[in-house]
Design a protein around this ligand. Structure first.
Ligand SMILES: NC(=O)C1=CN([C@@H]2O[C@H](COP(=O)(O)OP(=O)(O)OC[C@H]3O[C@@H](n4cnc5c(N)ncnc54)[C@H](O)[C@@H]3O)[C@@H](O)[C@H]2O)C=CC1
Length: 485
């Protein structure tokens, strides 16, 4: 037990905690020490069935409420989350290893924003009136039914809420499966939703790895699957959903470019590159890990970056002075170390970092490679750790062409003082989520998602409504029916 408000069982089903120790035990490891802090059990088929049955039952009642009534519950949940921000943030730190300095501002707070935003929107989900010269038609926005959410491990509270909030606002129910690496936070979100007035079964959490995920996706009661995860998992989940023509949202990986032009404010560009690579120890899908720097400013950029990285405080994540935490797991640390070794082997110049910290836990120093070329493994594959690859370029057309030479398309950024260039470059970049003179901002009001292999659909903003509802069109004849016979 970490502290007294820790979740009390593995699953949250039909409005209450549920345990079934027949499921495979999953240890929960605190990344900062390597210690086991809890054990949950993977969902058995019986648990999955109970969760889906409860969700289907709750959904039909929930969909009959007015949008405003549904919204009220979400807004109340947002308020409770905000009141318990510290407690939720501490749990997020134990779940992921991310420093409390980060989790206090970025996780439960972002989840509360989503609940508040979609709670506010729920009352205005209307259809259209379509006049047809006498006859007319109208559309209704209807829920999909039972939605499944499957999460990655980097933002467990946020991912659960970014899926639950629009789904519930539209009148759906959800069964959420967190990553087996970070199973704790979504349980607390479920508890809070119940406390806020959500009916039993509306939002359920079941644990497990890929097997539990597959069981959920292939159940005929499920209408939609929203995954946050890697491209290989996305392929499997999308294929399984396609078999039954289920709706999908795919928030997948990336290898996003950040273009820094010689006319950029250097200090801001360095700050942007830091946010694009090292926040959450680099474990962010939208990270701009291919940093293209115009040759004339490359030396100055690297010098200032190295200087600013002296401000990294690696240490106990619960100490609010710590601003750089460990990798989420030993396995992820080893994957990242493998990429660092590849970078060296393939001839990139290691400017700083590249090693583990001399302490317990899964800490890797922020790492910068310069003189990276497009064909190197560290410039092509998603690393999901604190490894920045700096590539140089001569002119704009070249930078854009090289930035686009990837199958991913999650995010992209540009730093320049030239307003026309900023918009021209962003217009030419193949990415779903872009930043001008900034990086990695994710307000709930702005749609988030990728193109290409980085995904399908959008989370957040009004755009998410399209992905958690469907239109019913109704033709209304005002006169007699003229049939040929
Ligand atoms: N675009 C986005 O919004 C985000 C994308 N990500 C991506 O997530 C990845 C890192 O997270 P991981 O947890 O390592 O990803 P992962 O793909 O290994 O796992 C993601 C989730 O899918 C589940 N899963 C695995 N195999 C499955 C299967 N066959 N059927 C159903 N579910 C299955 C896992 O248990 C987990 O809950 C990175 O590629 C990262 O870029 C992470 C955060 C945000």
């Amino acid at each position: 037990m970490i502290y007294e408000t820790q979740p009390t069982a593995s699953h949250y089903v039909d409005g209450a905690y549920l345990e079934d120790t027949d499921g495979t035990p999953i240890p929960v490891i605190y990344a900062a020490t390597g210690a086991r802090i809890a054990t949950v059990h993977a969902a058995t088929p019986a648990v999955i069935d109970r969760a889906l049955t409860a969700a289907a039952r709750a959904q039909s009642d929930w969909a009959r409420l007015s949008g405003r009534e549904r919204g009220r519950v979400l807004i109340r949940a947002a308020q409770i989350l905000r009141e318990r921000n510290r407690e939720m943030s501490v749990l997020e730190t134990f779940d992921t290893g991310k420093p409390l300095q980060e989790t206090l501002v970025a996780d439960a707070a972002s989840a509360a924003d989503a609940l508040e935003y979609f709670g506010g929107l729920a009352g205005s989900l209307t259809g259209e009136h379509i006049p047809l010269g006498g006859d007319w038609a109208y559309t209704m926005r209807e829920p999909l039914g039972v939605c499944v959410g499957i999460g990655a491990w980097n933002y467990p509270t946020q991912i659960a809420a970014w899926k639950a909030a629009p789904a519930l606002a539209c009148g759906n129910a959800m069964v959420f499966k967190p990553s087996e690496v970070t199973p704790l936070c979504a349980l607390k979100l479920a508890e809070i939703l119940t406390e806020a007035g959500a009916p039993a079964g509306l939002f359920n959490v079941v644990q497990g790895a890929g097997e539990a995920g597959q069981a959920l996706i292939s159940d005929p009661r499920v209408a939609k699957v929203s995954l946050t995860g890697s491209v290989p998992t996305g392929r499997k989940v999308y294929a399984a959903a396609a078999a039954d023509m289920k709706h999908v949202t795919m928030e997948l990986g990336g290898k996003s470019p950040l273009l820094i032009f010689e006319d950029a404010d250097l200090e801001n560009a360095v700050g942007g590159a830091i946010l694009a690579n090292f926040y959450s120890s680099g474990q962010i899908c939208s990270n701009g890990t291919r940093v293209f720097v115009q040759k004339s400013v490359k030396q100055a950029f690297l010098a200032r970056l190295t200087e600013r990285l002296k401000g990294v405080v690696m240490g106990d994540p619960l100490d609010e002075a710590t601003n750089f935490g460990p990798m989420v797991s030993e396995a992820q640390m080893r994957i990242v170390e493998g990429y660092i070794a590849k970078g060296v082997e393939e001839g990139a110049r290691l400017v700083t970092g590249g090693k583990r910290a001399a302490r317990d836990g899964f800490f890797l120093a922020p790492t910068v490679f310069a003189d990276v070329t497009d064909g190197m493994t560290i410039a092509r594959e998603e690393i999901f750790g604190p490894v920045m690859a700096v590539l140089d370029f001569e002119d704009e057309d070249e930078a854009v062409a090289r930035a686009n030479a990837t199958e991913f398309g999650l995010a992209a950024g540009v730093f320049t003082r030239d307003i026309s260039r900023a918009h021209r470059v962003i217009g030419a970049l193949k990415a779903g989520t872009c930043f001008i003179n900034s990086y990695n901002d994710a307000p709930v009001e702005m749609p988030f998602g990728g193109v290409g292999m980085s995904g399908v659909g959008r989370e957040n903003a009004k755009a998410a409504i399209e992905h958690y509802s469907q239109l019913k069109s109704v033709y209304v004849r005002m006169g007699d029916v003229e049939a040929p016979y």
